[in-house]
Design a protein around this ligand. Structure first.
Ligand code: NAD
Length: 268
């Protein structure tokens, strides 16, 4: 269903890799709601070629950028400004931990890998916002969003250094969000339920994560499409004064102590 919530709005969407990606669903929903945008991802992800299908479907241009490279980001934002003038929204849907990918235990982390994952998953959000800031390319009442996970607040074994990266990411949203206030732009993070995607499924024991979260959420896990719907509202003019927040989109998981379902599993 379309409500025309983003009619006339322009943006940049980072992180659509394949149909499962949260950013892919966000792009589809933004298109349905009337937005125009550029799709960006790391050059290596573009070589997989899947993004072209989404670009065709949504009438978007694809521009590669390694989100850790300020040079790439400068080129991307220059292209966006040339195409759209100022823009209204940015989605940062980027995450990767080399320690997770290579199965390195948290207690034995390889610090070179930690730094790389931190740069990709957290600092890149600062780099994206700084590029937009220096080019002064956000319209008033624009909206900048990044995706995060509750492992920033609570310990989840095997989420590894991504927990630390997410805590840092959320802090950047608050701190840079303060400054963006001067320009009437809002910055938030959406803390999403575990979701079956390439990044999500890379976490050891992900099936257990998913099932436990489902049982511990009064409304059940939120899907990627439901997350996309929420992102659309946060890009729309209906949420102008929401900023510097970490917004849980998790079926109630974050505020639940225990559910009847879980009690029954352990009752004797
Ligand atoms: N899947 C989950 O369970 C879950 C839950 C909460 C939050 N998130 C977050 O949602 C976001 C999107 O992840 P997803 O689950 O859709 O998985 P995904 O694998 O589809 O997306 C991750 C994206 O990051 C991109 N990326 C990696 N390195 C990059 C770089 N150097 N420059 C630019 N892009 C780069 C990848 O190419 C990919 O498109 C991530 O921040 C993730 O941590 C995911």
């Amino acid at each position: 269903m379309s409500y025309g919530l983003l009619k006339g709005k322009k943006g940049i969407i980072f992180g659509a890799l394949n149909e499962q990606s949260i950013a892919w669903k966000v792009a589809e929903r933004c298109h349905e709601e009337g937005a125009e945008f550029i799709l960006s991802n790391a050059p290596i992800a573009l070589r997989m070629g899947e993004l072209n299908g989404l670009a065709e479907k949504t009438g978007s241009e694809v521009i590669g950028a390694d989100a850790t490279s300020t040079e790439d980001l400068n080129k991307l934002f220059d292209a966006a400004i040339e195409k759209f003038g100022k823009i209204d929204f940015i989605l940062h849907s980027i995450g990767m931990s080399v320690n997770v990918r290579k199965g390195k235990h948290y207690t034995e982390m390889n610090y070179d890998w930690t730094e790389k994952g931190w740069d990709i998953s957290a600092v890149s959000f600062h780099k994206v916002m700084r590029t937009a800031w220096e080019k002064d390319c956000m319209n008033e009442w624009g909206s900048i969003l990044a995706l995060t996970y509750i492992a920033a607040q609570r310990a989840f074994p095997d989420y590894n250094d991504m927990s630390d990266n997410k805590a840092y990411l959320e802090s950047i949203a608050r701190t840079f969000g303060y400054y963006w206030g001067e320009r009437k732009v809002r910055v938030n993070t959406v803390s999403q339920s575990p979701t079956v995607t390439t990044a999500g499924s890379g976490v050891k024991g992900f099936g257990g994560f998913l099932g436990y979260a489902e049982d511990m959420s009064p409304l059940g896990n939120a899907s990627a499409l439901e997350c996309a719907d929420y992102c659309v509202t946060l890009f729309s003019d209906l949420t102008k004064k929401v900023t510097m927040q970490n917004l849980f989109h998790d079926g109630g998981f974050s505020n639940t102590g225990v559910t009847q379902k879980v009690i029954e599993k352990y009752d004797f």
